[in-house]
Design a protein around this ligand. Structure first.
Ligand code: CP
Length: 318
């Protein structure tokens, strides 16, 4: 694997999930595989889980890890080609990515959207420039439109806990005070479509995801209808895709609560974290037996380890 940016980069999703579950049972089985190999983690935005779980995964594989907080510690990056750099940007992404590729065998990069220009965000400008110019395998640590390591961890969590072959999985929009990217919701939808579950998306009017991510999901603005009989409920806020980057309502009544849980099939409740307690998800759910948020966070390690293992195996065999 040279690129992990989307479910489309995975040849066999079931095999990747099985690999992650095997690594969870035996984390150090491949501790020699990454010996003398370096993973560079580049963050243009904050992170807790992605940073620590990917480092832990790399260390389990025997890799060295370097982390660069590019937004705070790096030179201001220029992304436009052919520009005269007489403004505030100091280093062009062509050189920056190329240099990092000289030091690393695999690069992970996190690059959030600006939420101002939809076409620019959905073109994945920064992520794709890194892929183009670094010359080594690249793993997305969350890009403008997708968060594939999170989605893989979410799929592992559902596969571990499901009690039917085709569970009902509901992605429900939740309120938030800040406009958030669509990346987690897009990505979750993309992976759920691939898994061929009974997949439902519910959100207030105006929050439709891009059609390429909705896929075959049933979509409804009626949250109660969506939750009926759900086996898993994935709670997440996202800003509007149509009225790009905007918050359209305060989302009153959309927070997932124990009262709403009664509509479900005693569903496991999921969230990628960080979560705003009492706004996106109730305290009672987060502190109760239906919460799967720590299961998901735990599975971030095995998702990352399975992906890094695939990258290393490719690197070693090429
Ligand atoms: N879920 C997730 O990606 O968490 P971080 O933003 O803290 O990495």
């Amino acid at each position: 694997m040279k690129l992990f940016s989307s479910v489309k980069d995975v040849t066999d999703v079931n095999q990747l999930v099985s690999e992650a579950i095997k690594l969870k049972a035996n984390p150090f089985a491949d501790e020699q595989l990454g010996k003398h190999k370096t993973l560079g983690l580049i963050f243009l935005n904050p992170s807790l889980r992605t940073r620590l779980s990917t480092q832990k995964a790399a260390m389990n594989l025997g890799m060295q890890v370097m982390v660069m907080n590019m937004d705070k510690e790096g030179w201001a990056l220029e992304t436009q080609d052919g520009i005269i750099m007489n403004g505030t940007t100091v280093e062009h992404i062509r050189e920056a990515a190329g240099v990092m590729g000289e030091y690393c065998d695999i690069i992970g990069i996190r690059s959030f959207p600006g939420l101002k220009d939809r076409d620019e965000d959905y073109s994945e400008l920064i992520f794709n420039k890194f892929v183009q110019f670094c010359g080594v395998p690249v793993v997305s640590l969350e890009s403008a439109t997708r968060h594939p390591l999170q989605s893989l961890a979410d799929l592992i969590t559902i596969e571990e806990l499901k009690t039917t072959a085709k569970p009902r999985v509901v992605l429900t929009w939740a309120p938030h005070v800040k406009p958030l990217p669509q990346a987690v919701a897009n990505s979750f939808a993309e992976w759920m479509n691939k898994a061929d579950y009974d997949f439902v998306i519910t959100h207030p009017q105006g929050y439709d995801l891009a059609p390429e991510f909705v896929g075959n999901a049933m979509v409804t603005n009626n949250q109660d209808e969506a939750l009926a009989g759900a086996d898993f409920v994935y709670v997440k806020n996202w800003s509007s895709y149509q009225d790009y980057g905007k918050i359209l309502s305060d989302g009153d009544g959309w927070m997932m609560t124990n009262e709403k849980l009664k509509l479900t099939n005693n569903a496991g409740v999921m969230h990628c974290l960080p979560v705003r307690r009492g706004l996106e998800l109730s305290h009672e759910i987060l502190d109760g037996p239906n919460s799967l948020v720590l299961n998901q966070a735990n599975n971030r390690v095995w998702a990352a380890q399975a992906v890094l293992k695939m990258c290393l195996t490719h690197t070693l065999s090429s």
